[in-house]
Design a protein around this ligand. Structure first.
Ligand SMILES: C[S@@+](CC[C@H](N)C(=O)[O-])C[C@H]1O[C@@H](n2cnc3c(N)ncnc32)[C@H](O)[C@@H]1O
Length: 199
């Protein structure tokens, strides 16, 4: 009889614990994420993005707010690219590191606010962020992303950017390309044009 009582508890307690981790970590970072919750991109969307943009092992890929790191792992599996992800939610960060370890995928996940990162060192950007975060990110990308860099934003558009492609896979996926920087921009000197996705 007592098993009947304990069996549901054995399922309920771990689930409740996971929910609690999610809730606490979300509250913990709310000031930075401004409500950009840890919600994952579907496999179908990731597949579609990787289909449209052929990467290579040398692509400098970054996932801005990488969640559990699924985009990075999918890109590695398909193209052998060792991307970098930034994540400030401790729960998502832990999950990403744990899953990378479990699946033996050599991508990098850093627990860092990507607004504090110099983005000029990447040439493929993926993000799934909410509009108020994108509003702050858009000018940073304009200033720092190297010419030819490709930016894919899932679900929400990048304010002030003109997409070269909008794909509908459940929700819209916006594809952008950084055209060029003003001649006097000091970043220009250390920019390299990516070899993939030529205009
Ligand atoms: C909607 S989720 C997307 C997760 C993952 N990119 C995916 O598509 O499955 C957005 C993630 O971005 C993270 N995030 C938001 N602002 C951030 C920032 N400034 N620096 C690092 N991570 C951030 C949040 O913690 C959240 O996990």
């Amino acid at each position: 009889m007592k098993y009947l009582f304990f069996a549901p508890l054995a399922i309920f307690l771990p689930l409740a614990f996971l929910k609690l981790c999610y809730a606490l970590s979300t509250v913990f970072v709310l000031r930075h994420t401004r409500g950009a919750l840890f919600v994952s991109t579907s496999r179908a969307k990731i597949r579609a993005i990787l289909e449209v943009v052929p990467l290579s092992a040398g692509t400098r890929l970054v996932d801005l707010g990488c969640g559990d790191g699924r985009f990075l792992r999918a890109a590695y599996k398909r193209y052998g690219v060792r991307g970098v992800g930034f994540e400030i939610n401790p729960w998502a960060y832990f999950l990403a590191r744990f899953l990378n370890f479990l699946k033996g995928v050599p991508v990098t996940v850093k627990r860092k606010n990507f607004f504090e990162e110099d983005l000029s060192q990447y040439d493929f950007f993926f993000c799934y962020l909410f509009p108020d975060v994108l509003l702050r990110l858009a000018p940073k990308l304009k200033k720092e992303a190297p010419p030819g860099a490709v930016i894919v934003s899932a679900n929400f558009p990048l304010p002030g950017w003109e997409p070269f492609l909008v794909l509908k896979v459940e929700d819209p996926l916006y594809f952008y390309r950084q055209e060029s920087l003003p001649r006097n921009n000091p970043l220009l000197a250390r920019q390299r044009t990516p070899k993939f996705l030529n205009p």
